[in-house]
Structure formats: C-alpha cells, structure tokens
Design a protein around this ligand. Structure first.
Ligand SMILES: Cc1ncc(COP(=O)(O)O)c(C=O)c1O
Length: 367
C-alpha cells in the first residue's frame, strides 16, 4: 500500500510519550478530560432515547429541538445570535474543527495556531495538506493581535483561537479577541474559535470572538462542560454561506452525530446547570491548590485562569516529564503542543485533591 505522503509524514500524537517509564501506581496528571461522571439526568435522557426507539439517523445538522436549544444557549451564555439554521451538531468538537479546516484549507494554505496549542489544530491542518504556522505566545501565554499580524501571508486562510486554552489555561482578554477579529476581517481570514473550556474559568470571563466579527466559526461541545467526552457530541455555528460549505463535508464523512448522544446533549444544554457550577468550583479549588504547591517548589509558573491545566516552565520539559514518570507522576511534555512549549510540562488537575497532594510530594526534588 502506498499511503499519501502528507499522512505518512505525520507523527502519532506526542501525548503517548508521557506514559513511558511510569509504573502502575503512577498518578496520571496527563488527562484531558474531567474526572467526573456524566450527571444522572443526562444519562436518563439517553436511556429514554434508546427505549423510545430514537435510534435512526437524524437530520444531517442535528434534530430540531437540539438545534433550537443550542441557539438559545449561544444567547444565554455567549451573547451570540445564531439561528438554528446556522448551527450544526457534530461528533465532538474534533469533528467540528475538522469540518472548518477541511472546508477552508487548500493544499499549501496556512493556518495560524498558537505555539504551543492543542495538538489537533496542526495535525488536522496537515491532514488536509495545509501548513500550520505557529504564532508565539506572549509572556502571559496568550495570543496577541501583533503576533498574529506578523505571521499573516497571502496563503493564510484561518487563525485558531482557544480560550481558555489547552495546554496553558490562559484566557484571552476582550481587547485581544477584538484585535484578532479585526485583523481577520481586514485580511478576509476565518477565525476558528474553539470554546470547549468556556465554563471552566476561575478569574475573568469568557468572551466569544463571534461578538466582534461574522468571519468566525464557533466550535463547542458538551464533552468537557458536562463530563461527556465519550458521548462524542459537539457543535459549531457559522454565519451565512459558511454553514453550507461545512455541511458538504459533514454529510459525507458523518451523516449525523449519534442520535442518542443528541438527546443526552439536549438534556445537558437545556436542563439544570448546577452540575457545571459544581465542577467549576471543584476545579477552582484544585487549581489554587496545585498553583500554590508548584510555586512553593520554586517553579516558574503563569497562573492559569481557566481550563484544567497548569503549564509550568521547568527547563527541559521532555526530561522533566520523563523524571516525573519514574517518580510516579504522569505529565505531558510541553513540546507535544509545539516547539515553543519545549521548556514546559502540562499538568492536568482533572484528578482528585488527594492525588494532587500526593503528586506534589512526588514532584519535590524533581522539578
Ligand atoms: C482545546 C480542545 N478542543 C477540542 C477538544 C476535543 O473535544 P471533543 O472531545 O469534543 O472532540 C479537546 C480535547 O481535549 C480540547 O482540549
């Protein structure tokens, strides 16, 4: 078999590396998903969907009640006006990101991604024959309009924003988002805004760049917000003709998202939101605890404002992750997220406070 060169030249995710050398009792701070169970009322909605025989294909973009609920959610949480016709339900944010990139990027086109940023942005760009271009972050680990401006060329098709960010936990300011949206408008570049961590913010507030420009494809999911990563249910919203172009990709690769997960997502998005506040409160306690512990070890750290990650600067991130693995703590080397991340490691606090306490003890003398 002869595989396409742009696929065979890609690497398998660097996240795997972090498990090397870790024993069976290692504490896993490498995880990218909430350590909570999906709330009961959401599970019940899925069980009911199965009992009711809601098991066939749904319309490509999602079933109408869910599209309406997502439209209302955008207004409730993000001050965004998207009609149900501008929304598409996808198999996780991952599919939504792929649709956006596949619909925008031709061979050789460039996509601006934070360096470091979530691995999929570069990988999906390469998957369609495009070229990811890393934009260095500022000393607060945020994307700035100036840095974005410097990287724009005639081949730039899109810029991906992720606030709060995986892997840094940084939250972009309104001014920065407005500035980047203006640049995108001036250069007719799309902004892909990945907002999967929007509800996990502990200082500051979440702002959607689509408030400032119609050139934005807003991507989100129930995955992190409602502890539903395995349900594979995300969504996107895009104004005007963009939606139709994305639909062409979605209908052939996926047809529709899982019908049962769609019913569960309706219960999640339109139902009581206390479960989200409970998770956020717990994550905040853990963030404060881990930040305090890491700073007491004398490690250089920008305090993260959101998501559930810390991104301390530890010197050589690869060797720190490997020493930590031997000491029983799994962390992800920052180099997995882009070359500029090489002096960092990513620590996830989607793990119990007891585990975090023990992990801090094991880190002593290593970091
Ligand atoms: C920033 C970011 N976007 C998207 C995803 C993927 O989300 P989903 O599970 O909904 O595909 C992740 C998962 O780790 C993520 O961290």
């Amino acid at each position: 078999m002869k595989f396409a060169s742009h696929i065979s030249e890609m690497d398998i995710s660097g996240i795997r590396k972090c498990f090397e050398g870790a024993g069976p009792n290692a504490i896993n701070l490498g995880l990218g998903q909430p350590d909570f169970d999906t709330p009961a009322h959401i599970k019940e909605a899925a069980i009911k969907a199965i009992r009711d025989g809601f098991t066939g294909y749904t319309p490509n973009c999602g079933f109408p009640d869910l599209l309406l609920a997502i439209s209302q959610k955008f207004l409730r949480d993000n001050q965004l006006r998207y009609s149900p016709e501008e929304i598409m339900v996808t198999s996780g944010a991952s599919e939504a990101l792929f649709l956006a990139i596949a619909a925008l990027v031709e061979r050789g086109d460039e996509v601006l991604v934070g360096d470091p940023s979530f691995l999929s942005y570069s990988a999906l760009t390469k998957l369609v024959g495009g070229k990811p271009v890393g934009v260095p972050l500022n000393d607060q680990l945020r994307l700035t309009p100036d840095a974005v401006n410097e990287m724009i060329t005639e081949r730039t098709k899109a810029i991906i924003i992720n606030s709060p960010s995986n892997p840094t936990g940084a939250v972009q300011t309104e001014e920065e988002l407005r500035g980047i949206a203006e640049i995108a408008d001036d250069s007719d570049i799309a902004v892909i805004s990945d907002e999967v961590y929007e509800h996990f913010i502990y200082d500051g507030e979440h702002i959607s760049p689509a408030r400032f420009s119609d050139n934005v494809i807003t991507v989100n999911a129930v995955s992190k917000t409602y502890a539903m990563t395995g349900w594979r249910l995300g969504y996107l919203a895009a104004k005007g003709g963009a939606h139709e172009q994305l639909l062409k990709v979605h209908q052939y690769i996926q047809a529709c998202a899982c019908s049962i997960s769609q019913k569960a997502a309706l219960a999640a998005i339109a139902g009581p939101q206390e479960c989200v506040a409970t998770m956020r409160d717990e994550f905040k306690l853990r963030r404060d605890m881990l930040v305090k512990g890491i700073l007491e070890l004398g490690v250089d750290l920008v305090k993260p404002q959101g998501a559930f990650y810390l991104f301390p600067k530890v010197g050589d991130g690869d060797s720190a992750a490997s020493s930590l693995a031997k000491a029983g703590v799994i962390a992800v080397p920052g180099s997995a997220f882009g070359p500029e991340g090489k002096e960092h490691i990513r620590l996830s606090y989607a793990s119990s406070r007891k585990n975090l306490e023990e992990a801090l003890k094991r880190m002593r003398g290593i970091l």
